[in-house]
Structure formats: structure tokens, C-alpha cells
Design a protein. Structure first.
Length: 431
């Protein structure tokens, strides 16, 4: 959508083919409804904490149908907004699935369209391990439309979607298990994040099981793990990664090179092996994040229609998991920094937020800075805690601009906030 609109604003004649609803995964079955659910889930704790501030509430009751209906209404509104934006930008809308016929031809609903450029932005789809009984489980796609909330849920995986949905279910009162095959959640993130978020999730009531992976699902749902442990639950959600949507699009026959996992192979200007065919977003499996995809779309429009070859810099992209508490990060993890830079300084802090001092709530906020010892530049900032995404967004600008630890320290904090800790960390963690 962004590529179409921006290309049209640069004078290109654009058509877009969409067989689903406008807005893609993010708007329909991703970021937006997920965050609405995350807000809903957090109220349970908010009601608890409110008591320590003197509030008396009746017994809070949660109604899933109300949340679903309100969420659906908001998403339908957004679908309309997006379609209008396209129409206003002069983009022709083709409401059907498209297939690529040759490097300059696309077929949509039996009609052929020719174009100087074809852009593939078909996104990705949840991937489920091929274990017996996998059809009894759902993925995030279905989780947004459940008729009723289960009493007991098992979420499988240790990445973004797993942590987010485990937190959502748990907050909404579902007895929740999170099972991850590895020894530590959030592989690829700073090692402290994976270890500490597991502790925080457990404190919130989630049964976090590590080195635990379902081997089969039977009626019930009866889950048998690889180590023969058995568990009965009412819903299993696989959050075990996503696969690019490239099947049956005609890409290979048009000469587009795909990687083994179906990803469209592209260069830094998002060009595929066929010069007239480009690809952006999850279908290219670079950084599968909405703002990265939109940045790739805008860069491509500039490259093709403004004569300004533009690349997206995929380094120092901040990201957040909207688990409870949030996890957010920018830059290098401690282990990555050590490998890439050799000598590093690490600063970190963990504390109970002011909001929780009255009620004795045990949630702890964690913050960490990774600094290149030679240049003193801050190369990584990591956080677990309320609003981590909001806080790391600001820190990301400093990291991107190459700020040094001394420049962080020279910044005056806003008191009392959690964020001020990022500019007041004085003691290095002994190496
Ligand atoms: P992730 O890659 O984040 O996590 C997948 C998890 O599933 C990993 O823990 C992985 O384990 C595990 N896994 C993979 N295959 C298997 C298997 N066969 N059996 C058991 N476990 C398995 O993917 P998600 O599905 O959570 O999300 C997809 C992507 O979408 C994310 O990577 C992110 O880019 C994006 N996203 C972003 C969000 C945000 O910005 N807030 C929210 C949701 C999604 P291991 O680590 O051991 O491989």
C-alpha cells in the first residue's frame, strides 16, 4: 500500500491487486489487533494495582465478545481508510488474486495487465511443525477470531508471537502454558532478555516450559511432549515462525529466483533476479517488521520513479515485543557486540517501578546498555518493562546517531520515569 501510494504521488500509474482485506497482516491479523488485545489483557493487573492506590472496584468481569466486536469494528474502519487512501492517490484497485505471467505481465481475475514494474509484497503466513494432530492447533491467524476464550491454552514457540499471545491469554484469565523447544526464550536477542522475560512471565502466572516441544496432539486436546510428558489443554496455538507467501504466484516461471524457504531473493534495492520484478516486506524475509516493509516500499518508489536510488538501512532497527511486560531492543546484543567489536562495556539496572511500590507487585524493569569500549559509542540498548517500546523508540535515535556513553550521561533525565535510567547508569557490569 505504501509503495503504491508513494509511487502514484511521484506520477506513476499504479494498480494494486488484493484478494484479502487492505492493510495486510499488520492491520488484519497482526500488530494492530494484537496491540488492542494486549491493552485488554493488561487491565486485569491494572485493576489489582488500583487497589493499592485506594480504589475499590466491583469484581471485574471480562467479556471476550465485546472485545472481538469492538476490535472487528476498528479493523473494518481501518480497511476502509486504507482503501480510500489508495483511491484518493489514484491507485486502481483490483480485488482479486494476481499471478505473474512473465516479467511484465500479471493476470488478475482472468484479465492480463502489462506493466514496466511489478512489485511483490505478498507477506508471509504462519508455519506449523508437521507433527501428528497439528490440525487440532490454531495459529495467530485464527486467534484473532476465536468464538470463545479457552479455559486452558498452550502456546508453542519462544519468539514474538508466542510471548505476545501467551501474555494476552494469561491477562484475559486463560490458564496459559508457554512451551519453547530451546533453553532460553528469544533466541537472537540479548541473552539477558530471554532469561529475564521468562521470570517475569512466570511471575504473571504463565507456566513457562523450556526444552519442551509437543510431539503429538490428540483429541481433547491431549498434548504429548517430546520427553513423553502429557498435558491436557483446550487450545494449542503454534507461534513457530512464518513462511513467505510465494507459492503459486508464477514467480519461478517468470524467472524470479527464490531461496530454499520460498523467500524472494532481492538485492539491497529490493530487485529480484528479474530486473522488472521487485519484492519488499515479509516475502523477502529480511527484517519482518511493518515499518521496515513500509520503508522498503517508499525507498523503492523513490528508486524507480524519482530517479533516486535509495536503500533501506537494516542496521539499528528498533523493535518491541508487546508481551507483558514489554521487551524492546535496538542495536547489538551483548554477545553480538563482543564478537563484532572485541572489547565492550556493559551497564545494566533492574528495579521495581515506582507504580508498584505501594502494592508490592513483584514486576521488575530491566535496562541494559552495550558500549563499544574503544569508541565509547552505545551500540545496543535493551529493556524489559512497561512501555519499553515507547522508550526504546527514543533511545534508538541516539544509537543511530552514534551517541557515546558520555553523551547519554550528559543528557538530563526526566524524573521520576523509568526511562531516565538510560541516562543515569554509572557502574559497569564487571567483565
Ligand atoms: P519468531 O521467529 O519470532 O519465533 C518463532 C519461534 O518458534 C522461535 O522461538 C523458534 O524457535 C520456534 N520454532 C520454529 N520452528 C519450530 C518448530 N518446528 N518446532 C518448535 N518451535 C519452533 O516467529 P513468530 O512466528 O513469533 O513471528 C514471525 C515474525 O513476525 C517475527 O520474527 C517478527 O519478525 C514478526 N513479528 C513482529 C512483531 C512485533 O514487531 N511486535 C509481532 C509478531 C511478529 P528457535 O528460536 O529455537 O528457532
Amino acid at each position: 500500500m505504501r509503495a503504491s501510494r508513494v509511487a502514484a504521488s511521484y506520477g506513476a500509474r499504479v494498480a494494486i491487486a488484493e484478494c484479502g482485506r487492505f492493510g495486510g497482516t499488520c492491520v488484519n491479523v497482526g500488530c494492530i489487533p494484537k496491540k488492542l488485545f494486549a491493552y485488554a489483557a493488561h487491565y486485569r493487573e491494572d485493576f489489582e494495582v488500583a487497589k493499592s492506590f485506594g480504589w475499590t472496584l466491583g469484581e471485574p468481569r471480562f467479556d471476550w465478545q465485546t472485545l472481538l466486536a469492538n476490535k472487528d469494528r476498528e479493523i473494518a474502519r481501518l480497511n476502509g481508510v486504507y482503501e480510500n487512501l489508495l483511491a484518493t492517490a489514484g491507485v486502481a484497485i483490483l480485488r482479486a488474486r494476481a499471478t505473474v505471467v512473465d516479467p511484465h505481465t500479471v493476470e488478475v481475475a482472468g484479465r492480463r495487465y502489462t506493466a514496466r514494474h511489478i512489485l511483490v509484497a505478498t507477506g508471509s503466513w504462519p508455519q506449523v511443525p508437521s507433527i501428528p494432530g497439528r490440525e487440532r492447533a490454531i495459529t495467530s491467524n485464527e486467534a484473532f477470531f476465536l468464538e470463545t476464550l479457552p479455559r486452558r491454552a498452550l502456546v508453542v514457540g519462544g519468539g514474538y508471537i508466542a510471548l505476545e499471545f501467551a501474555s494476552i491469554f494469561n491477562g484475559l484469565g486463560v490458564e496459559t502454558t508457554l512451551a519453547y523447544r530451546g533453553p532460553r526464550l528469544l533466541r537472537g536477542f540479548d541473552p539477558d532478555l530471554g532469561g529475564r522475560i521468562a521470570e517475569e512471565l512466570r511471575k504473571k502466572g504463565i507456566d513457562v516450559r523450556l526444552r519442551a516441544n509437543p510431539a503429538k496432539l490428540e483429541e481433547g486436546i491431549r498434548v504429548t511432549y517430546e520427553d513423553a510428558a502429557v498435558q491436557e489443554v483446550d487450545l494449542v496455538l503454534f507461534a513457530t515462525g512464518r513462511k513467505p507467501n510465494t507459492a503459486n504466484l508464477g514467480l519461478e516461471s517468470a524467472g524470479v529466483r527464490l531461496d530454499a524457504d520460498g523467500t524472494v531473493a532481492v538485492n539491497e534495492y529490493s530487485a529480484s533476479s528479474v530486473p522488472s520484478i521487485h519484492a519488499i516486506g515479509d516475502v523477502t524475509n529480511r527484517l519482518n517488521l511493518t515499518p521496515v516493509a513500509t520503508a522498503e516500499g517508499m525507498s523503492l518508489a523513490k528508486t524507480l520513479f524519482l530517479g533516486e536510488p535509495t536503500r533501506v538501512d537494516h542496521v539499528n532497527v528498533p523493535t518491541a515485543l508487546f508481551s507483558d511486560p514489554n521487551v524492546a531492543t535496538v542495536g547489538l546484543a551483548e554477545d553480538q557486540a563482543r564478537t563484532q567489536l572485541g572489547r565492550i562495556d556493559v551497564y545494566q539496572t533492574a528495579f521495581r517501578a515506582l507504580k508498584h511500590t505501594l502494592g508490592g507487585h513483584s514486576e521488575r524493569t530491566f535496562m541494559k546498555l552495550v558500549v563499544d569500549a574503544a569508541s565509547q559509542r552505545v551500540v545496543g540498548a535493551h529493556m524489559i518493562g512497561p512501555g519499553a517500546g515507547e522508550i526504546i523508540q527514543g533511545v534508538a535515535s541516539a544509537v543511530r546517531l552514534g551517541a557515546t556513553k558520555a553523551q547519554f550521561d550528559a543528557t538530563i533525565g526526566i524524573h521520576p520515569t523509568a526511562a531516565e535510567e538510560f541516562v543515569t547508569m554509572r557502574d559497569k557490569v564487571p567483565s
